[in-house]
Design a protein around this ligand. Structure first.
Ligand SMILES: *Cc1c(COP(=O)(O)O)cnc(C)c1O
Length: 387
């Protein structure tokens, strides 16, 4: 597969396995713990190769469908291998555990997904791994230490959407002998393929756009040649695996991923541009907007924008903020994103390496597949409640 795969073909055909005639279009759900062998010799061969992708040995090590899904994600990202895990957060935590040993130091971007920070502060710290948070828009060279084993960041940053320079961070990390691990959930491989920009590992929450229907939880660790064996070994040693129904739903989600991403991009931009004109909106934080920090990097390295962005609304009482959010009919209130439904949530960014001092409330929106004109009309009705 080239650097820019033909997603329209790949998404339809990858990961459906080779079967006999009279086969269903979709691979059936692979439900299985024990796998049976015709002879003890065949069992022993499978046991010896159980850490290898594709070896059917015991359900925890992989099933026909999970192997197909991992191969599809590997091809879409242009990687050497992928391990599927039970959630996006598991992909983050296992990738960090695969990268760091006790006594190591990690550089973690200040604007990562909050549970990633929680894992660093409350779990890794207990195992003797030191973490320094960094401003993802700055040169990391001065922060690298002799024991820095990985740099973890997100493109764009969670909640605030700054777009870091994946190439520069990855190159600096590599020159230092540290791994560049990137959370690529927002862009999906449709809009960005970080391994081709020099990253070593890309993690995804497949619970977002890949599943795409707010009904499954899964994560992926997609690796280059050098990191794949240790990441696979870490995930298998940990005993983690995705549920078989979630594997099925992810394979199904891939079939429409490109179309859904393009629809999310177009509706997202329409709503974001409309919001930018409203008197209650001080700022739109969206990588496709020229004011967004890292917009030029986004233009160079990404092929589109997802339907998730934030706005800063005029400072007001908490009561008014609640009144605005509660008055919306078409926007659900809840965490996560990337499903077919629009969502809204005020968010409070925690920053320790940088400062977040916007003079207003930060509100994150996931634009779903309702008619964008209806979404704007819904917002137009509710925004005056902030005044
Ligand atoms: C949601 C999210 C995760 C965690 O994924 P889950 O599947 O919910 O565990 C990780 N990273 C980012 C950027 C996310 O938005």
């Amino acid at each position: 597969m080239t650097d820019r795969p033909l997603f329209s073909d790949a998404l339809v055909h990858l990961g459906r396995g080779v079967q006999a005639n009279g086969r269903p279009v979709n691979l059936p759900i692979s439900q299985g713990s024990t796998m049976l062998f015709n002879s003890l010799a065949e069992f022993e061969a499978a046991r010896d190769a159980r850490h290898q992708h594709g070896t059917l040995y015991y359900g925890r090590y992989g099933t026909p469908a999970s192997f197909e899904l991992e191969a599809a994600m590997t091809a879409l990202e242009g990687g050497a291998g992928c391990v599927s895990v039970s959630a996006g957060l598991t992909a983050v935590t296992l990738a960090l555990m695969g990268a760091a040993r006790s006594g190591d130091h990690l550089l973690v971007a200040d604007n990562v997904y909050m549970p990633t920070r929680n894992f660093c502060d409350n779990v890794l710290a207990r195992y003797g791994v030191e973490v320094t948070y960094f401003d993802s828009m700055q040169d990391i060279s001065p922060l690298l230490q002799s024991n820095t084993s990985a740099v973890m960041f997100e493109a764009p940053g969670s909640g605030t959407f700054e777009v870091p320079d994946i190439r520069a961070i990855s190159a600096t990390a590599r020159a230092h002998g540290a791994l560049a691990i990137i959370d690529g959930t927002w862009a999906t491989p449709i809009f960005c393929r970080p391994l081709s920009l020099g990253a070593d590992v890309v993690v995804h929450s497949g619970s977002k756009y890949i599943g795409g229907h707010a009904d499954s939880m899964i994560g992926f660790i997609v690796c280059n040649e050098a990191t794949y064996p240790r990441m696979r070994q870490m995930a298998l040693a940990f005993g983690d695996k995705p549920g078989s129904q979630d594997v099925f739903l992810s394979l199904r989600g891939l079939r429409t991923l490109e179309m859904r991403m393009k629809a999310a991009e177009s509706s997202g931009l329409q709503v974001a541009r409309w919001l930018a004109e409203q008197p209650q909106v001080l700022k739109v934080l969206h990588p496709a907007f020229p004011e967004c920090p890292g917009h030029d990097t986004w233009k160079r390295d990404f092929e589109g924008s997802a339907g998730l962005f934030s706005i800063v609304v005029r400072d007001c009482s908490t009561d008014r903020l609640h009144a605005f959010v509660d008055a919306l009919d078409l926007f659900g209130i809840g965490v996560s994103w990337g499903g077919f439904e629009s969502l809204i949530l005020p968010v409070r960014p925690l920053r320790t390496a940088t400062r977040w001092d916007e003079a207003g409330h930060l509100v994150r929106l996931n634009i779903g597949f309702e008619n964008p004109d209806s979404l704007c009309a819904d917002l137009a009705r509710a925004l005056p409640l902030l005044d």
